[in-house]
Design a protein around this ligand. Structure first.
Ligand code: PLP
Length: 418
């Protein structure tokens, strides 16, 4: 348990989390979250906060959002029973299939929700940032759908590494803006996007890609992604005959995990487990296991847990999956860990690869490398807790990972027959 929250406070904050009264009016999840931004950005964030208060929970916005989720995204996504995996693990395994959502992952729920909001706020154009490119693709698609121009800031290094996604964004009508400053990756891209936003807070909408950043973004993204857990909860009762004993989701910034977990927080008998990238080892720089190994600090306008060295410098991370390769995590996860409602574990690159292969062969599903981390942890848990019902958030599909997977050939016995 975090030293930032004592036992009495933890009880109160847990109840508040379950009751849905967090973040508080200062944008805080207990000690975490808030808004640590330069003065120049304050008007833009205040405008957004007011816009959310005016629109997000209105009948009119919600019915438009639901309609787009149903008819364009393809929701509800299936809940799939995994009979062969169940037998192998000695468990009853169910998969929430975000890989079946339009563009192949959960990110589209957030992108279309924010694009619809941008329209209502009268924005003339949308800016986004992307590292691996998945959020850029979802944003480009959502902007095309609502008819707003989209510029995606992307580090020059990432543009090089993620060429297929750059092409997808361009075809979806977005402008990809190369960032040559700083580390030329995600962090520099975010700085550049924020700089642009300041120049015209009324005309520009900044579409963030995960449950991170200064208030109100972690709240907004959670509200838009909670559809995952709302659907899964209902589907488990209807199809599986009851709620799961444990639910697993991978954690990068934490948007698919909070989307799955948030509607399940009040079902206290369900063990909730977030799975971070364990990379190649425990050393600083070898993984992206933020909650498992990080310390409290401010990153991108929010107080949360981050990977930093003893001088407070944010550290580079490593993961085989680009989507988990991030040195921070959303503030709500930091709180859920501190109050003991969600536990966070990690799975290594090698464990994720093995889990991906097992799922492919057992159930005919090529999952994303990010998602494979959740399977690796779930399979370990299942072997220690026999006979349990397990829900796994299958956050996305793995087709995008083929260039990486090709470097790790399947076992020789099953190679193409000569
Ligand atoms: C981006 C991505 C993630 C990580 O992002 P979160 O915000 O932590 O959900 C996980 N899975 C897939 C398939 C992704 O594309």
């Amino acid at each position: 348990m975090s030293t930032l929250v004592d036992a009495d406070e933890a009880k109160i904050l847990l109840e508040a989390s379950i009751a849905g009264t967090l973040p508080d009016e200062r944008g805080r999840f207990g000690p975490f979250g808030g808004r640590y931004i330069p003065e120049t950005l304050v008007p833009a964030f205040e405008r957004l906060e007011q816009g959310i208060a005016d629109h997000l929970h209105t009948e009119s916005f919600q019915s438009e959002f639901r309609s787009e989720l149903k008819n364009w995204v393809g929701r509800p996504t299936a809940l799939t029973h995994a009979p062969r995996l169940s037998e192998a693990w000695g468990a009853d395994v169910w998969l929430k299939r975000e890989d079946l959502a339009h563009t192949g992952a959960h990110k589209i729920n957030n992108a279309i929700g924010q694009a619809l909001l941008a329209k209502r706020l009268g924005a003339k154009r949308i800016i986004a940032e992307t590292g691996a490119g998945q959020h850029g693709v979802a944003s480009a698609a959502a902007c095309a759908r609502v008819g707003l121009p989209c510029r995606v800031y992307m580090g020059a290094v990432d543009i090089e590494r993620q060429a297929p996604n750059v092409d997808r964004m361009l075809r979806l009508g977005a402008e990809v803006f190369p960032v040559e400053s700083g580390d030329k990756t995600l962090r520099a891209a975010i700085d550049e996007a924020l700089r642009e936003w300041v120049t015209d807070p009324a005309g520009i909408y900044y579409l963030i890609g995960s449950a991170v950043g200064a208030h109100p973004y972690p709240y907004l993204v959670r509200e838009l992604q909670a559809v995952i857990g709302q659907e899964a909860r209902e589907q488990m009762i209807r199809q599986a005959g009851g709620l799961p004993d444990a639910a697993f989701a991978c954690v990068g910034g934490g948007s698919n995990a909070i989307g799955l977990f948030y509607p399940l927080l009040g079902d206290r008998e369900i063990e909730l487990i977030g799975v971070e990238a364990g990379g190649t080892g425990d050393g600083l720089g070898q993984n992206a296991a933020t909650l498992a190994t990080g310390t409290p600090g401010v990153l991108q306008g929010s107080y949360s847990v981050i990977l930093q060295d003893e001088n407070g410098n944010v550290r580079e991370t490593h993961s085989i999956s680009a989507g988990l390769d991030y040195s921070g995590v959303g503030p709500e996860h930091a709180l859920l860990q501190a109050v003991g409602r969600v536990s966070y574990v990690s799975a290594s690159d090698a464990e994720a690869l093995a889990a991906l292969e097992e799922l492919c062969e057992m159930e005919g599903i090529l999952t994303a490398l990010e998602t494979a981390h959740a399977y690796a942890a779930a399979s370990k848990w299942a072997r220690k807790n026999p006979g349990k019902r397990i829900l796994i958030g299958n956050s996305g599909r793995g087709d995008k990972d083929m260039p990486t997977l090709t470097r790790y050939p399947v076992r020789t016995s099953r190679n193409v027959t000569a």
